[in-house]
Write a protein that binds this ligand. Structure first.
Ligand SMILES: Nc1nc2c(ncn2[C@@H]2O[C@H](COP(=O)(O)OP(=O)(O)O)[C@@H](O)[C@H]2O)c(=O)[nH]1
Ligand SMILES: [Mg+2]
Length: 324
């Protein structure tokens, strides 16, 4: 396919076109991904997550600047609908983002949140591969980290950065379980505001008492936490001025080096691939079954379960029996 060759040769238009194609059509993704797969596996994928307004987009903008100074090419995927990258947020922020996108070494793409959630995570995964094959050194994904799709996306990254702001004490309490599991680096942004040290301290304390280092392999989600040797750092930043961003960039690099050195990178990759493969098989089996089921039979069986004439296990047995 011409487009794929163009992509691998670094053609931006081809990248944009291919992303649109795979975003809209799973069947096309099935044709395209096998062609580009041999050219993937080189990018460092970074997830940036946190509540709306925390400064994720501003931080990504500055981080991208830092990476560009180090001659690294960057791909940005915005899954957050309020992101300046996706057209949300304030005009000033949006203009800064547009300036960023003038740089040929930066490729920005936003993901539609329409469609089903599983679809979003799938599409994001495929977009990562496109940008990887396109030759981006670093791929940054912005997500609000709220729904299941966000969590799934975070499981697909190498390094996850959790962005918080001062005064989030109660919120930290509320979300800590999930967030401590997935965070590799914690950022307390808006360090120009009151209460930053307190938030840093609270986070440090939570990380100290967290059982993530004693539990061994995580049972939560797809992302195995076998990295007992990595204590997530907590970094203060002011995204609007760039204070703390070089430090953040350094820690991100350190994390990747750590993952490589300890082989955790390979183990995570294997686990990720197993999960992805199972999801694909599950989808295909379901498709296969639903295509073969006779008109009305499915509704009929559902109705029977509703009226307690049948239970769902037996209904599933009947469906599978009649479809094979
Ligand atoms: N005072 C202050 N404002 C910030 C800082 N970082 C971001 N902002 C502002 O906070 C608002 C939300 O930022 P944005 O990057 O869009 O947040 P996002 O929703 O997490 O992506 C914007 O108006 C930013 O200019 C910071 O470190 N200090
Ligand atoms: Mg944003």
């Amino acid at each position: 396919m011409g487009l794929v060759d163009d992509l691998i040769n670094g053609d931006r238009k081809a990248a944009a076109k291919l992303i649109t194609i795979i975003e809209n059509d799973t069947n096309k993704a099935r044709e395209i991904i096998p062609l580009i797969y041999p050219c993937t596996g080189n990018a460092h994928v970074i997830g940036v997550t946190g509540p709306p307004g925390a400064g994720k987009s501003a931080l990504i903008e500055k981080l991208t600047g830092e990476l560009r100074r180090k001659d690294k090419t960057v791909g940005i995927i915005a899954v957050d609908p309020t992101s300046p990258f996706t057209g949300g947020a304030l005009l000033g922020d949006r203009i800064r983002m547009q300036e960023l996108s003038m740089d040929k070494g930066v490729f920005i793409r936003s993901m539609g949140t329409r469609g089903n959630l599983g679809g979003l995570a799938r599409a994001t995964n495929d977009v990562i591969r496109i940008l990887d094959a396109f030759g981006r050194d670093v791929i940054i994904i912005e997500t609000v980290g709220a729904g299941q799709a966000d969590v799934d996306i975070m499981h697909a990254v190498h390094t996850s950065v959790i962005v918080m702001v001062p005064g989030m004490g109660d919120d930290i309490q509320a979300i800590k379980a999930g967030i401590l599991e997935i965070g590799d680096i914690f950022v307390v942004n808006k360090a120009d505001k009151n209460g930053v040290d307190r938030t840093v301290m609270e986070l440090e304390m939570m990380l100290d008492i967290s059982d993530r280092f004693t539990k061994g392999e995580s049972t939560v989600g797809a992302r195995p936490k076998m990295d007992k040797g990595w204590r997530p750092p907590v970094i203060k930043t002011i995204a609007t001025s760039g204070v703390g961003v070089p430090d953040l960039q350094g820690k991100i690099e350190e994390h990747m080096e750590y993952m490589r050195r300890t082989n955790i990178l390979q183990m995570q990759e294997k686990k990720r691939i197993e999960n992805e493969l199972m999801a694909i098989i599950r989808n295909r089996m379901t498709e296969h079954t639903m295509e073969r089921i006779k008109d009305g039979e499915y509704d009929e069986l559902v109705q029977k379960v509703v009226t307690h004439e049948l239970d769902s296990y037996s209904a599933a047995d009947e469906i599978l029996r009649s479809c094979h």
